[in-house]
Design a protein around this ligand. Sequence first.
Ligand code: CU
Length: 147
Amino acid sequence: MDHSRRGLVSRVCGGISVALAGCLGLGGPETVSSESLKEEHDAVVQTTDKNLFVPETVTIQVDDSVVWYNNGDREHTVTAYDDGIPEEASYFDSGDHESEQRARNDNLDGRLRTGDTYSHTFEVPGEYEYFCIPHERTMIGTVVVEE
Ligand SMILES: [Cu+2]
């Protein structure tokens, strides 16, 4: 565990200022041990090698956080649909883009590799639809945020 964690951190932190921002927790995929995910977040969604979000739908309360965890070998993104989230909600995706179009244009940013996680806290009630850019045909998920 320590070994893989160190390997991942050195990959993320190895270079430049963009990576540094990720390491300081300012955005982008973060690294957490799998056991701690359920303690630290209100829902855990896995991205799988079958190109699915599991579970496909999660229901949480306002101010809860969801963490996506890639426990497979394929790379995935967590990318909100611009028109699939409540109007007052801020856009979210695993590459910290400001819109779906930016995320699509720049889709190598924000890919979760093996063991990577991405989390988001939902402050506005409603339904949020999101997808994985390379596997949009099968990877579409929903977060339901209750008041
Ligand atoms: Cu995918």
